[in-house]
Design a protein around this ligand. Structure first.
Ligand code: ZN
Length: 225
């Protein structure tokens, strides 16, 4: 599994970096081929300014040209995002499907972290991939799988109804439950919630926390184990 550790980390870093670019330029629709520019001075960035993780560290989080600070949260997404793909087999069909699924959730997690919401169209890719590749798995669920899934779904639906949780959180949970399995999704929620509580205890800020980035982190932790 770990034969391609560094290669996977590098590909993961590029994918995570591109996820950040999609967030940055979502409304411009030219996030595929055009070169990045500094948001402050509009200078076109060179290849050396765009090496995932490394460029941010070498430039000490500032634009090379105007010294304006680059968002450190996007750097953290680049870093955590890189770990997301370490255990994925890029050379198998199932692995590539997993890459698409993880990547699409990463983009959603970035949006949720930065905006506390995300464009609903971003659910199109992970939902399609989940239904097409894993949807039929539901029909082979054991009683234990349903016992894992139903109570959590009911609890989360109740929390959405009471406005303690966003409906996006519920959808992401369901997607993870169907794509992997209900036990995996529940453990992901447990790890994500623990990380969120830890963050709250460290920051002590009484504000609404976006949950999807923590669910995402929980998922990465489980994928790495
Ligand atoms: Zn600049």
């Amino acid at each position: 599994m770990y034969n391609f550790l560094f290669l996977n980390f590098f590909i993961g870093a590029c994918l995570a970096s591109h996820a950040c670019v999609i967030y940055d330029r979502f409304n411009t629709t030219d996030f595929l081929l055009s070169r990045s520019r500094c948001f402050n001075c509009n200078s076109e960035l060179s290849i050396l300014d765009e090496i995932p993780i490394i460029s941010f560290l070498l430039l000490r989080g500032k634009c090379r040209y105007c010294k304006h600070e680059i968002s450190s949260s996007l750097f953290l997404f680049e870093l955590f995002g890189s770990f997301s793909f370490v255990s994925v087999d890029f050379f198998s069909q199932d692995g590539l499907i997993t890459v698409i699924f993880i990547f699409s959730l990463l983009v959603i997690a970035i949006f949720d972290f930065k905006e506390q919401e995300f464009p609903i169209i971003l659910l199109l890719l992970p939902t399609s991939v989940t239904l097409l590749a894993k949807g039929s798995m539901i029909f082979s669920y054991s009683l234990l799988d349903w016992l894992e899934l139903i109570p959590t779904l009911l609890l989360m639906t109740f929390m959405v109804h009471r406005k303690k949780l966003g409906s996006g959180d519920l959808i992401i949970y369901m997607l993870i439950a169907v794509f992997f399995n209900p036990l995996f999704a529940n453990t992901t929620l447990l790890v994500g919630s623990s990380l969120l509580v830890l963050q709250y205890l460290l920051s002590r800020k009484n504000e609404a926390y976006p949950f999807i980035p923590y669910i995402y982190l929980g998922m990465i932790c489980l994928l790495l184990i």
